[in-house]
Design a protein around this ligand. Structure first.
Ligand SMILES: Nc1ncnc2c1ncn2[C@@H]1O[C@H](COP(=O)(O)OP(=O)(O)OP(=O)(O)O)[C@@H](O)[C@H]1O
Length: 522
């Protein structure tokens, strides 16, 4: 028995070796055109005896940066279908609200399903792209796809209704399981030392809502209506021939709730957030790639846009001292260093950013909000924030009484109190950010009750009022002193001019010396 098995194995081995030999000759010595011709005919022969059809669904379609929605829907469908419970190797890739574990098939795993009597097989496959297969970061170069195999007699059933059913069902499950995500872009070096930027994400779990957001109720309602109109505006946008996206500019002093509002928007619309760190983007091309890789139903945020980058489009000039370097090695070193430095710095330009917002590429996909935040709206280039790019400008300002009432409700669970009237007067006279108001309202220990917290706020408001008064007085005194100084200089100048006109000394220097030395003009 052992001898028979040994012989069998040796025969199998020699068949495989012969096949490899023929395949190598085929690849190396047969011309490309002839190879294509032979492959076509060999497929025809195989088709005569192999009755199965295969369809592949790639993770990235078209150009390689865009994630396929169909692939995502299939993944979700396969994660939920009963057949997947029979798979032995599964991958846990998402946890919704820390409650349910979502599992999908691991690489090279296969499951079998039945649809109206047709048996079909789903295989999850993976390959590494050839050009980057030596990378130290193999995960970043891996491409995935699903392969669907079925008998050719079911071709109409599968292509006509099964695939449609899978995609629709997958999308519906995704909506039910939707866990909002917070993406950020990280840059890493590829094999050639170039910076590459990619999105990575965590679950988005910010609890802010429009209900907890402290601001003028009218302004809040206006924003909510605007968001509703946008969300339901697919047909309207296509009717007016505009990409389905909208720009929001949030501006105001630090601590007035700009970031909190973005979180409230995401929770209200159930959109993912892409927090774009512009300084980590290598150049305009990289920026474009990131844009294409964002999904629909998302908010792309650039915080503190005024200090994100020097958006002048200027490249770094060569350093002068490098001109004198004769030594070849030193020159090479300098070039390498400059390359490394250049590679670290972002070369995103204003025009690149403008294209990102409303260039042709920005119309890939839809239902996207672009939000900029800034503390200094006047510093921004007008082209960046003109209507049409940043459609809605929202000012978030110091805490008003209505906003305070929201915070009092959030932090102390109260709608009214006898101290409210005093707080109202103080808020009208003093500028305090919602962040500072909130900080004072928050009980710091168990013995701090509502009254104590409100008194604490009153104290802080009175102090702020006093400080503002002092500051205003100082400012006034400074202005007064400057004014006086100016007037003094002016009168000195006019005195000098009088002397010049009336005096009999011809030389100007002598005249001045005369004034200085004797106090009288000679
Ligand atoms: N309008 C607001 N409503 C509710 N909470 C607020 C509001 N503004 C500020 N806060 C509170 O203050 C904290 C800081 O606010 P936030 O980060 O949103 O301010 P910001 O305007 O984005 O500040 P910065 O300009 O410094 O980024 C938040 O965690 C939140 O608790």
């Amino acid at each position: 028995m052992v001898a028979v098995m040994g012989e069998l194995w040796s025969q199998v081995g020699s068949i495989i070796a012969s096949f490899m030999f023929v395949y190598t000759i085929f690849k190396d010595y047969i011309p490309y055109e002839l190879r294509g011709y032979l492959e076509r005919y060999s497929h025809k022969v195989v088709n005569l005896v192999y009755p199965y059809v295969q369809i592949t669904f790639h993770e990235y379609t078209g150009e390689r940066f865009k994630r396929s929605e169909v692939y995502g829907a299939i993944r979700t469908y396969l994660s939920a279908c009963p057949a997947s419970s029979r798979a032995k190797r599964l991958k846990a890739h998402d946890i919704k609200d820390n409650k349910s574990l979502i599992l999908s098939m691991d690489d090279n795993e296969e499951i079998t399903e039945e649809f109206h009597g047709a048996k079909l097989w789903w295989t999850s496959c993976k390959y590494v792209t050839k050009s980057q297969s030596f990378s130290f970061y193999p995960a970043s170069d891996e491409k995935r796809y699903y392969r669907l195999t079925f008998h050719r007699r079911y071709k109409d059933l599968i292509t006509g209704s099964y695939i449609n059913h899978v995609v629709q069902e997958g999308k519906a499950i995704a909506v039910r399981n939707r866990q909002l995500k917070l993406y950020t872009n990280n840059s890493s070096d590829d094999w050639h030392g170039y910076k590459r930027t990619k999105w990575s994400h965590v679950a988005f779990e910010h609890p802010a809502t429009f209900q907890t957001l402290a601001m003028d109720p009218k302004q809040k309602e206006e924003i909510i209506n605007d968001l509703d109109k946008f969300r339901l505006g697919k047909d309207y946008y296509s009717k007016i021939g505009k990409a389905w996206k909208r720009g929001y500019l949030l501006y105001g002093p630090p601590g007035t709730g700009k970031s909190t509002m973005i979180a409230a928007m995401a929770n209200y619309l159930e959109y993912d957030i892409y927090d774009l760190e512009l300084t980590a983007v290598k150049d305009n091309t990289d920026l474009k790639k990131l844009l294409i890789d964002t999904s629909n139903k998302s908010i792309i945020v650039i915080e503190d846009i005024d200090c994100s980058l020097d958006l002048t489009g200027q490249r770094n000039k060569k350093k002068d001292d490098e001109k004198d370097e004769d030594d070849e090695e030193k020159k090479k070193d300098a070039v390498r260093k400059r390359f490394e430095e250049d590679n670290k710095k972002s070369k995103v330009t204003l025009s690149g950013l403008l294209n990102f917002i409303d260039g042709i590429w920005s119309a890939c996909g839809g239902e996207r909000l672009i939000v900029f935040t800034t503390n200094y709206v006047d510093k921004l280039d007008p082209a960046l924030i003109r209507r049409g790019r940043m459609d809605k400008h929202i000012e978030l300002s110091y805490c008003c009484f209505e906003a305070f009432k929201v915070l009092a409700n959030n932090y102390l669970d109260i709608d009214s109190h006898h101290l409210f009237e005093k707080i109202k007067c103080l808020l009208e006279e003093t500028d305090m950010t919602p962040a500072d108001v909130a900080e004072n309202l928050m009980p710091k220990s168990v013995i701090e009750d509502v009254e104590t917290c409100l008194k604490k706020l009153i104290e802080a408001l009175e102090m702020a009022k006093e400080e503002a008064k002092k500051k205003a007085e100082e400012e006034e005194a400074k202005l007064k002193a400057e004014k006086e100084e100016k007037e003094e200089k002016k009168s000195e100048k006019s005195e000098k001019q009088d002397v010049k006109c009336n005096g009999n000394v011809s030389d100007e220097v002598k005249e001045e010396n005369g004034v200085k030395e004797n106090g009288v003009i000679t």
